[in-house]
Design a protein around this ligand. Sequence first.
Ligand code: URA
Length: 241
Amino acid sequence: MDRLDKILVSQNVGSRKDVQKLIKDGAVCVNGECIKQPQHKVNAVADDITVSGQPLLYSKYVYIMMNKPGGVLSASNDKRAETVVDLLPEDFKRPGLFPAGRLDKDTEGLLIVTNDGEFAHNMLSPKKHIEKKYIARLDGIITDEMISAFEKGIVFTDGTHCMPAKLEIDGEDPSKTTAVVTICEGKFHQVKKMFAVCGKNVVHLKRISIGDLYLDSNLPIGECKMLSELDKMSIFMGKMH
Ligand code: URA
């Protein structure tokens, strides 16, 4: 059981102040009865709640696909820089949203934003070995030696071992400087550091998939969409090992 005003805020009906006014104005009913106390306790799943006559379709958690632009922090809030949560459209916003996994500030592409901690934990757990695919543009040519070094598992200069990864040349790039990289872990700056070990700099990085969930090619940079149940499930498919 939770406070009525808290539930309405969690469903993005409005700010705490807005929903308290709505309740006091008599716009909110629970099981057919008009409730005027914001602190009234309700069961968000079992009780029928209406706001101005419209049923509230309660969902505890949301799962959002964002096509992250460069220049935006993978964080919920930051005093100085714009964050991915700042970028969400107003009707997607609700308390507790955070990016499930980080992309560097300059990295673009697929990012999941959710308020479901357990889901994020499962998605990010190194034990789950969920594949992440990136397109990386380099400042030099991809060689066979690099491909086999990725396959064996890159070792960073500090001795950290990476799991075997797949490095392919993007077939659409005749200059052989664009790579498709598949990794199944998420170490800090992992892709950039793996290429650095091979003497190459990443000049542009974009994530295109997590598990079998691909960035929607119709989703413009900086925009978002809600994930379907099927989308969510596909994240946990496509494991490497
Ligand atoms: N690897 C990186 O180096 N940066 C990212 O943002 C993601 C993976």
